[in-house]
Design a protein around this ligand. Structure first.
Ligand SMILES: Cc1ncc(COP(=O)(O)O)c(C=O)c1O
Length: 472
């Protein structure tokens, strides 16, 4: 509706400009800025008059002026709409000049998806038809009480579906009451921080590690303590040395982010023992544990947690799509009440319709099938991406043999700098992240992090590799 994009509150009855002309300028401005696009329907004159507390004739006068100048077209039953082919670039005097930053904000588009984009699943392979059918069914099944505020803990049906899925697929035994729905990993981590941490606490994090973890903790005045990672995952012995007064550790045991290695069993057990002794918490960020290509996915660290020290964080961003903005945390039983209180204080709840769609998708078996299909597809795409990159870049690079995940690490030969390469790639429309940017201490490794989930053929991989070669 046009009123949502028009600022109409500031009409000034004391101005020498009549109200209908002020309204006329508002519409013109909205059309010029692209807030109202060709074909958009403007509100019916009667409804707008009522909404603004104006006489119907005032709206009619504004609309007729806009129509006479070709901005609007009356289409009878189909209402009055913004005309096509408006080409009036002569800068009209705008009724209210907005600050530049605000204007830019209004027109800022989401950044386009670039080749090698990280963290984005194969969008071409998402079962959109089934999704659309389920969505339509969920909309039809909406009752009036569903339009009230959502639960701050999450939709019961989704919490139950997640508990079942975790039991079957990730070896985690939990009740639906332990599952709390959030809008993503960051919200999960801040929920955890508000529930069990206090400012000035020290928290062990992986180095290299997912940058948002460090940033979020720092933002909450919690001190992240970087612990190195090797081929067996977090160096737990180093964590034990540093971890005497740490309140928690945040780890990615299935595929360490970004190195892709798995936390070995002895280290898992040692970490759990540390948490038990120190009465500390372990946050298990299992962001893509489902995607392992060399064997069955490893059970989650949480499945070994006998003392209730692990808070398990899952997300739908990789297994469905990131725009879904749904994730969850499994709290140990002893913390359920505290999480409920923290949710009441800090969470507004996630859209229930989205949650209902995901819950139905899971309950009807589409979720498990989708993950199986994606596991196979990503394994193929990974091989194609590796072969394509190696065949063109040959000696210039080395690719880590990770057992899973959705990105590759392309090691660069010295003196190539990953940061310089990333800058060059971004300028030519290729995505990459510099491994060294993810590292805080020690000799930084030079490598490119490249998402491969959307590389759909060997030829595509080779063509992209040639573009990288040209930048080296
Ligand atoms: C290490 C790591 N954790 C968590 C997430 C999930 O974040 P979100 O749920 O906000 O999409 C990602 C996504 O890229 C990730 O790479």
């Amino acid at each position: 509706m046009a009123t949502t994009v028009l600022s109409l509150s500031g009409l000034d009855p004391t101005s020498s400009e009549p109200i209908y002309r002020q309204l006329y300028w508002r519409f013109r401005e909205a059309i010029h800025k692209g807030l109202l696009k060709p074909g958009d329907r403007v509100p019916a004159a009667r409804a707008l008059a009522k909404e603004l507390g104006l006489a119907r004739g005032t709206i009619d006068s504004a609309y007729s002026l806009l129509t006479s100048q070709g901005y609007l077209q009356s289409r009878g039953q189909a209402g009055t709409r913004v005309a096509y082919g408006i080409c009036d670039t002569a800068s009209a005097p705008l009724a209210t000049a907005q600050p530049l930053a605000l204007q830019q904000q209004t027109i800022r588009q989401p950044s386009p998806l670039l080749p090698f984009q990280m963290g984005v699943p194969a969008l071409d392979a998402f079962p959109r038809k089934i999704w659309a059918q389920i969505s339509a069914r969920c909309v039809r099944a909406t009752h009036s009480q569903d339009l009230a505020n959502p639960s701050a803990y999450g939709l019961q049906a989704l919490r139950a579906a997640i508990a079942t899925y975790l039991q079957v697929s990730r070896g985690i035994s939990c009740s639906p009451a332990q599952v709390f729905i959030t809008a993503g990993y960051r919200e999960t981590l801040s929920l955890i921080a508000h529930a069990v941490l206090t400012p000035a606490d020290r928290v062990l994090i992986e180095d290299p590690g997912y940058p948002p973890t460090r940033r979020l903790l720092e933002g909450l005045h919690i001190t992240p303590v970087p612990i190195p990672v090797d081929q067996d995952g977090l160096c737990v012995a180093r964590a034990l040395e540093a971890g005497h007064h740490a309140r928690a550790a945040v780890v990615t045991p299935a595929h360490q982010s970004p190195l892709g290695v798995s936390l070995s069993l002895p280290r898992r057990l040692a970490l759990l023992e540390w948490a038990r002794e120190q009465q500390a918490w372990i946050v298990e960020d299992d962001y893509d544990g489902e995607y392992r290509y060399v064997s069955r996915p490893l059970p989650a660290l949480k499945s070994l947690d006998r003392d209730g020290r692990v808070l398990y964080s899952g997300t739908f961003s990789k297994v469905l799509f990131p725009a879904m903005r749904l994730a969850y945390v499994v709290a140990p039983e002893a913390l359920v009440e505290r999480f409920e209180q923290t949710c009441e204080a800090f969470q507004s709840g996630c859209p229930e319709l989205s949650q209902a769609i995901v819950a139905t998708f899971m309950a009807e078996g589409h979720f498990a099938r989708h993950i199986q299909r994606m596991r196979k597809l990503y394994s193929e795409r990974r091989t194609m991406a590796v072969n394509g990159l190696k065949s063109v870049l040959g000696e210039q690079i080395q690719i880590d043999a990770n057992p899973g995940g959705m990105h590759l690490i392309l090691r660069l030969r010295p003196p190539q700098s990953d940061r310089v390469m990333v800058q060059r790639m971004r300028k030519t429309g290729l995505f990459a992240e510099a491994l060294s940017e993810w590292q805080q201490q020690g000799e930084p490794a030079s490598g490119l992090l490249l998402g491969f989930a959307n590389i759909d053929s060997l030829a595509t991989a080779q063509a992209l590799a040639r573009r990288i070669l040209a930048l080296m």
